[in-house]
Design a protein around this ligand. Structure first.
Ligand SMILES: [Cu+2]
Length: 215
């Protein structure tokens, strides 16, 4: 699946720790703030909310979190796109506003009837992609997904509009009880004949966690 490896003019960052150095530089350049979690409101929390993404009552704070998808070329790792950070933390019973900056302009196509093309488990079952509300992404335009099966959450992520220019996807969802919920990408964006090897099989690349902490 070398198609995912097209792209990236932003490939000149060298030295230091590749994984974290590159990500930090890019995040800082974008003004996102590495791992920044802004707590906008604190209206207190009530226990007993269900864990499901859509069912949980939004009784807690609203938090804004972000992650960035870098290409293998940017990371100097062949066929190895990666979410940075891959592990996210939010407080229990919160409303989460997640923004994903995707620099990967290579599609990793899914079947036209794949459920992973549809936005689900978010408020309104919608996302905002580059400023436009969307309910799904076309099969040949999807690069990655951010999928949390245990929360019923699926966010298809379209390809970057151009090399070095990210697709910006924002979703809002609710979380309930404390716990650790695994997410993974569902597109064949890794290496090997089926695209499911390499980064797809690696924790911290195309898999990670959302940790919901006791507020
Ligand atoms: Cu992926």
């Amino acid at each position: 699946m070398s198609t995912v490896e097209r792209s990236a003019t932003v490939s000149r960052i060298r030295g230091r720790d590749r994984r974290f150095g590159t990500g930090r530089v890019l995040l800082t350049a974008l003004g996102i703030g590495v791992l920044a979690v802004g707590v906008l409101g604190c209206s207190g929390t009530a226990g007993g909310a269900p864990a499901g993404a859509t069912e949980a009552a939004a009784t807690g704070p609203t938090v804004h979190i972000a992650t960035t998808i870098l290409t293998g070329e940017m990371l100097h790792k062949s066929d190895w796109p990666e979410f940075l950070p891959a592990d996210l933390t939010v407080p229990a019973n919160s409303t989460v506003v997640l923004t994903i900056y995707n620099f990967d302009d290579g599609a990793a196509a899914l079947a036209a009837d794949s459920p992973y093309l549809k936005v689900s488990g978010t408020v309104g079952n919608q996302a905002t992609a580059n400023g436009t509300a969307i309910a799904d992404v076309a099969a040949d335009q999807v690069a990655h997904t951010f999928t949390v099966p245990s929360l019923g959450l699926n966010v298809p992520i379209p390809v970057a509009p151009a090399a070095g220019q990210p697709a910006v996807v924002t979703v809002t969802f609710h979380v309930g009880k404390p716990g650790t919920y695994g997410w993974q990408c569902m597109t064949p964006c890794g290496s090997g004949t089926d695209g499911m090897g390499g980064a797809m099989a690696a924790e911290g690349a195309m898999k990670g966690t959302i940790t919901v902490t006791a507020a």
